[in-house]
Design a protein around this ligand. Sequence first.
Ligand SMILES: *[C@@H]1O[C@H](CO)[C@@H](O)[C@H](O)[C@H]1NC(C)=O
Ligand SMILES: *[C@@H]1O[C@H](CO)[C@@H](O)[C@H](O)[C@H]1NC(C)=O
Ligand SMILES: *[C@@H]1O[C@H](CO)[C@@H](O)[C@H](O)[C@H]1NC(C)=O
Ligand SMILES: *[C@@H]1O[C@H](CO)[C@@H](O)[C@H](O)[C@H]1NC(C)=O
Ligand SMILES: *[C@@H]1O[C@H](CO)[C@@H](O)[C@H](O)[C@H]1NC(C)=O
Ligand SMILES: *[C@@H]1O[C@H](CO)[C@@H](O)[C@H](O)[C@H]1NC(C)=O
Ligand SMILES: *[C@@H]1O[C@H](CO)[C@@H](O)[C@H](O)[C@H]1NC(C)=O
Ligand SMILES: *[C@@H]1O[C@H](CO)[C@@H](O)[C@H](O)[C@H]1NC(C)=O
Ligand SMILES: *[C@@H]1O[C@H](CO)[C@@H](O)[C@H](O)[C@H]1NC(C)=O
Ligand SMILES: *[C@@H]1O[C@H](CO)[C@@H](O)[C@H](O)[C@H]1NC(C)=O
Ligand SMILES: *[C@@H]1O[C@H](CO)[C@@H](O)[C@H](O)[C@H]1NC(C)=O
Ligand SMILES: *[C@@H]1O[C@H](CO)[C@@H](O)[C@H](O)[C@H]1NC(C)=O
Length: 841
Amino acid sequence: MNIVNWASIAVAVFVLGSVGSSVSYAAFVPADKYLIACGSSQNVTFLGQTYVPDSVQSSVSLKSQGNSYVATSNSTAPFPIYQSARVFSSTTYYRFDIEQEGRHWVRLHFYPLPGRNLSSASVTVVTEDFVLLHNFSFNSYNGSYLFKEYLINVTSDSLSIAFIPGNNSVAFVNAIEVVSVPDNLVPDQAVALSPSGPFNGLSGMALQTVYRLNMGGPLITAQNDTLGRAWENDVKYLHVNSSAVNVSVNPSNIKYSDAVSPEIAPNYVYATAETMGDANVANVNFNITWVFPVDPNFSYFVRVHFCDIVSKSLNSLIFNLYINTDIALGSLDLSNQAGNLDVPYFRDFVSKISADSNTLTVSVGPDTSTDFINAIMNGLEIMKISNEARSFDGLSSVETLLVLPPKKSKIGIIIGSVAGAVAALVFIGLGYFCLAARRSKEAPQGSSWLPLPLYGNSLTMTKMSTTSQKSGTASCISLASSNLGRFFTFQEIMDATNKFDESLLLGVGGFGRVYKGTLDDGTRVAVKRGNPRSEQGLAEFRTEIEMLSKLRHRHLVSLIGYCDERSEMILVYEYMANGPLRSHLYGTDLPPLSWKQRLEICIGAARGLHYLHTGAAQSIIHRDVKTTNILLDENFVAKVADFGLSKTGPALDQTHVSTAVKGSFGYLDPEYFRRQQLTEKSDVYSFGVVLMEVLCTRPALNPVLPREQVNIAEWAMTWQKKGMLDHIMDKNLVGKVNPASLKKFGETAEKCLAEHGVDRPSMGDVLWNLEYALQLEETSSALMEPDDNSTNHIPGIPLTPLEPFDNSVSMIDGVNSGTDDDAEDAATSAVFSQLVNPRGR
Ligand SMILES: *[C@@H]1O[C@H](CO)[C@@H](O)[C@H](O)[C@H]1NC(C)=O
Ligand SMILES: *[C@@H]1O[C@H](CO)[C@@H](O)[C@H](O)[C@H]1NC(C)=O
Ligand SMILES: *[C@@H]1O[C@H](CO)[C@@H](O)[C@H](O)[C@H]1NC(C)=O
Ligand SMILES: *[C@@H]1O[C@H](CO)[C@@H](O)[C@H](O)[C@H]1NC(C)=O
Ligand SMILES: *[C@@H]1O[C@H](CO)[C@@H](O)[C@H](O)[C@H]1NC(C)=O
Ligand SMILES: *[C@@H]1O[C@H](CO)[C@@H](O)[C@H](O)[C@H]1NC(C)=O
Ligand SMILES: *[C@@H]1O[C@H](CO)[C@@H](O)[C@H](O)[C@H]1NC(C)=O
Ligand SMILES: *[C@@H]1O[C@H](CO)[C@@H](O)[C@H](O)[C@H]1NC(C)=O
Ligand SMILES: *[C@@H]1O[C@H](CO)[C@@H](O)[C@H](O)[C@H]1NC(C)=O
Ligand SMILES: *[C@@H]1O[C@H](CO)[C@@H](O)[C@H](O)[C@H]1NC(C)=O
Ligand SMILES: *[C@@H]1O[C@H](CO)[C@@H](O)[C@H](O)[C@H]1NC(C)=O
Ligand SMILES: *[C@@H]1O[C@H](CO)[C@@H](O)[C@H](O)[C@H]1NC(C)=O
């Protein structure tokens, strides 16, 4: 990708002497910096930072769906960013494109705007990997607003944050921040206490800030911290007020060393401290203790900040640090450890809070062996570590909270929005550029993105231009819908495929390799592993995820999930036991398919394509229809696969989509090839090639053959026009096919292969005619000689619609699609039996 490496720029920008110390240091410039004012209609400035609206065009289209709406208030909000909120009635994602992997702040701001009943909202927030909040409600919370700060190591090129409303409730959020953090801020290792020893693996865990204190000093806000942190005064946590007295020096006295940069903590933190209250205490041997309410059964990351701002000489301040009752640092000779007076020093610990405790205490006390009785603490950070369920709130994991699709009644089903959403995603997949975002904004529908109902909705944040990064804000934001399916860890994929065992290889394609796999629960799956870092692959990977995760139909291969960990591009599909249609036609020793089977397979595939073309307000063009992309399950039910090249069709007021020619030779619509104008009829042409292939059992292109035979479309058409298709059909079928059925089939294929798109039938007509051919095969031919001119029309039978593609159809709901499809199959068959079998009337 043509993305500037911001790390190198960060190194190049030096801010000299801004803290008055002699050490100059590189100011940290975050590669990713999103400050989003959700639901706002304008930029919001808060603590010197500009929060941009989550979408310029979103409020309109969201509102109209009833899935998400904007709440605003300008009178009572405690801070400007609390004046607006976005409210969700179904699971909704915000997705942020990430320039640079590594630790990021994820900050969430919540304020229940009055008059909206948001106090009773139940909010669950998850990322791909971690549960941040579970069933939070202001009703059971003792504050007027909620601010949450998390530190998450993002290991892919995007971060999704999903907001899940509780049952019969809504979720909401006022502002979101996603900002890069220097890699060295939190190490992988810390010192564990009780039992003491090294604690490894922090980089794979998420952290949540619970306390960040500026001992003995005032509140430091985001403005005065290079990483946007807030540090509060410690007094309210002191166990005994009089045990501590505050001290302070001029912040410019603080001398950062190579070991500690201002990113660790601002000089304001080190310039103030609590020390032992000496005056009226009889017994000088005591601790200063801070007591913190915490959640039981979590481990906490504790970072203590010290700086000897009180001593007159080296080696005079020696003290102990306790966390709970454990000694964390014994006889710490501060100036010796730091290297000098006024030099910052910090240490990291991990303390496990047992299930029956709800406090964490931190104490400093003098080391009795020294002459100078004193102890000091300048700063303290306490961060909760995600638990084994990768949660900060209970034992439910992301999988359990997200995997269940919402109840049907709760989904505002809007198929009409699918295509628009997909369009926006295709743009994103194509380029991540402002241009694309603008184009999607100007999409004629005015619905360039709308919520999608399957598992939820998503708003994608795409930082589009590198120039906007310099100013540190996302000036160009594109929003799009997405539903990510189930996320698999790379380990799960490895387990499922026995580490990509070559003996499980099902096939190799342009995208990569496909393996057979078995999930934990015994489900058989097909695992498609993309060639890592192939740019075309990435775009197709996204298109495929976005398309498939939204489209649910009995005749479309379903996507179960994906894995993008470690730069992998892995897609997990339902397993299709009988593989591609092509392998049942030629080139293998599989038994030949009967004519009826072939018709049923073609009908299934046609049904899948018909759904693509008409199931949404804006149709979807597959662009790569061929016999290897039609897969058969264990019952030989055909499903259309491989949506990597799919594109949304023309809008209502346009006749075509202009696009670079893609697809497979031999199947390519000649008109599309010549004019680069894509319509649904291009798929119809390719499907005509498939029909001929099914009949003649030979490849679409076979260069070995004499010239007139190379291209099946041309060759079969010459025989079809002579009415002698039976001369070139599969030898296995000769004598076993009802001639009327064959005739109907040949005519249908011929229409599909018409030179001009306008002369080709729609997929609905093709489907109808194939159904007819099947009925002819099944019914006695004596009773039913088809009308010669019946390819597109049979008197008395309305041609459309075969399927009720209105906006309330439940096909998009994966759970129920099978049933609906079956029901509709039954209905269709009933119509046909009446029509075709005169005795039935
Ligand atoms: C609040 O906002 C509305 C519209 O955003 C505006 O009409 C109204 O004057 C504002 N009220 C105050 C007190 O600012
Ligand atoms: C607010 O929500 C609660 C719980 O969902 C409900 O019982 C109550 O009727 C709601 N009040 C209003 C004014 O909508
Ligand atoms: C969510 O919280 C509400 C109260 O705030 C409680 O009644 C409900 O049982 C909780 N649900 C779950 C699943 O914890
Ligand atoms: C809310 O805070 C007040 C004062 O701090 C306290 O008395 C009360 O018990 C708290 N309520 C809850 C539900 O935590
Ligand atoms: C919602 O309802 C389902 C089924 O009744 C229950 O399993 C789930 O815990 C509930 N969720 C919340 C957040 O209350
Ligand atoms: C983030 O995670 C990756 C993969 O686990 C690891 O290689 C990297 O060091 C981590 N980064 C940080 C800053 O912890
Ligand atoms: C330090 O303590 C003094 C008195 O004990 C108090 O007046 C002052 O506000 C404190 N300073 C800070 C920054 O807390
Ligand atoms: C924080 O920054 C502001 C403006 O930069 C400054 O006026 C203020 O004194 C600073 N506060 C502290 C505690 O450093
Ligand atoms: C300790 O200090 C806090 C904050 O200044 C104050 O609210 C509290 O009353 C004090 N407690 C005692 C015992 O002095
Ligand atoms: C300070 O606290 C620690 C841990 O609670 C305890 O072991 C130690 O005895 C205390 N020291 C004094 C002087 O009270
Ligand atoms: C404590 O958390 C662990 C997961 O981190 C969980 O397995 C265990 O059941 C929890 N124990 C209690 C008592 O909640
Ligand atoms: C909003 O803020 C962004 C980033 O700072 C800026 O590019 C844009 O011009 C601002 N828009 C308005 C209307 O002020």
